[in-house]
Design a protein around this ligand. Structure first.
Ligand SMILES: C[S@@+](CC[C@H](N)C(=O)[O-])C[C@H]1O[C@@H](n2cnc3c(N)ncnc32)[C@H](O)[C@@H]1O
Length: 194
């Protein structure tokens, strides 16, 4: 049976873990399912930590406010989920990257991902707030006609990181869900018509 995880807000710095890059920081996410979807993405792309700030999401999974299915699915236990308001203090050597629609942001197309990036995203109903922006060293925007939802923005950044890493030969072995989870690959019938 899947072990239950209780994620309570960390108030004392002494209880906060050290940051491990690459990582994700969500500023004051609105809903538990936003965090859940990002945890799923972090697991898919091999990131070990998702940090989030604020009070709006409580991840006491043993009580009513359980994370949605995403986070509870098998395999995502490899992602550490940390609710702490001062995430940047926990990274010894990191490049915080604000993923945000700002005038000065670099377009993702030409953005070179720092190896030790911490990607910072705003909430569904806002943006990365000033005090957190001030911690960021780099700024990137995903060129789109409208704002993406949070999970799609995270997904685009992580895919782009993996793909550019592959182009540059720095990323490790590529895998697919079937291979990684050991459930084999689906074969199309020979007579399939496209
Ligand atoms: C749904 S958006 C927030 C809504 C947005 N502030 C607005 O004006 O409608 C949530 C977060 O996703 C990220 N995001 C969404 N679309 C983006 C884009 N095109 N480029 C960079 N970041 C984006 C940002 O971090 C943003 O704070």
């Amino acid at each position: 049976m899947q072990e239950k995880r209780i994620i309570t807000k960390i108030l004392n710095k002494s209880e906060a873990p050290m940051g491990r890059t690459p990582a994700i920081v969500l500023i004051d996410p609105k809903y538990a399912h936003n965090v859940g979807m990002v945890v799923r993405l972090a697991s898919c792309y091999g990131l070990g930590q998702v940090w989030f700030t604020g009070e709006r999401v409580s991840l006491d999974i043993s009580f009513r406010k359980r994370l949605p299915r995403e986070e509870r699915m098998k395999g995502y236990a490899d992602v550490e989920i940390i609710n702490y308001d001062y995430p940047f203090e926990q990274f010894a050597d990191a490049v915080p990257v604000a993923v945000e629609v700002r005038k000065s942001s670099e377009p993702l197309h030409s953005f070179e991902h720092p190896q030790n990036a911490v990607y910072v995203f705003g909430p569904e109903d806002g943006s990365v707030s000033k005090p957190h922006i001030n911690h960021c060293h780099r700024f990137v925007v995903i060129p789109t006609k409208h704002c993406l939802n949070l999970a799609t923005a995270v997904s685009t950044i992580l895919w782009d990181r993996q793909y550019k890493g592959w182009l540059g030969g720095v990323e490790g072995e590529l895998t697919t869900p079937g291979e990684y989870e050991g459930r084999g690959l689906t074969e199309f019938p020979d007579d399939i018509v496209w």
